[in-house]
Design a protein around this ligand. Structure first.
Ligand code: AMP
Ligand code: ZN
Length: 137
C-alpha cells in the first residue's frame, strides 16, 4: 500500500534497523521502544489485521517468532518478554499494517500494562461463547 509506513520500510523507502528478513517477513527495531530491544515482526505483504491474513501466512510468520524473541531476550539480558499485536484503533493499533511487538522485560522494570479483568454475569459467558462458536466457519 503506497501510503503505509511499514510497506515503505519493506521497500527500503524509509530507513529502519533491520534484524532479519526473508521473502515474506521482516523484523526491525521499533523506533519508539517500550523497553530497549523492542522489535517488530511483520509480513512483507500489506494486511491491516491478522483476520485479513490466510491462516497459513499467519502460521508462517509465527515460525520466526521464537528465533527473534530468543535473540531479543539474550541481547538484552531480559527475564521474559511480551508479544502484542493490535487490531484496530480501538485496540491501540496506530500503524494499519499487521505487526507483532516483541518487548523484552526485566524483573522490576516497572512497566504496567492495563488488564482490567471483569466478571461475567450468570450465563453470560455461555451465551456469548455459543454466539462465537456459531460463527466459527
Ligand atoms: P501499534 O500501536 O501496534 O500500531 O504500534 C506501532 C509501532 O510502530 C509503535 O511501537 C511505533 O513506535 C512503531 N513505529 C512507527 N513508525 C516506525 C518506524 N518508522 N520505524 C520503526 N518503528 C516504527
Ligand atoms: Zn503496509
Amino acid at each position: 500500500m503506497s501510503d503505509c509506513i511499514f510497506c515503505k520500510i519493506v521497500a527500503g523507502e524509509i530507513p529502519s534497523y533491520r534484524l532479519m528478513e526473508d521473502e515474506d517477513m521482516l523484523a526491525f527495531m521499533d523506533i519508539g521502544p517500550i523497553r530497549p530491544g523492542h522489535a517488530l515482526l511483520i509480513p512483507k505483504k500489506h494486511y491491516e489485521r491478522t483476520v485479513d491474513m490466510p491462516g497459513e501466512e499467519v502460521a508462517r510468520l509465527m515460525t520466526h517468532l521464537p528465533r527473534l524473541a530468543r535473540a531479543v531476550v539474550e541481547a538484552t539480558g531480559a527475564d521474559g518478554y511480551n508479544v502484542f499485536q493490535m487490531n484496530g484503533a480501538c485496540a491501540g493499533q496506530v500503524v494499519p499494517h499487521v505487526h507483532f511487538h516483541i518487548i523484552p522485560r526485566h524483573n522490576g522494570d516497572g512497566i504496567k500494562f492495563g488488564w482490567p479483568a471483569a466478571r461475567y454475569g450468570e450465563g453470560e459467558m455461555e451465551k456469548l461463547g455459543e454466539k462465537i462458536r456459531s460463527r466459527l466457519l
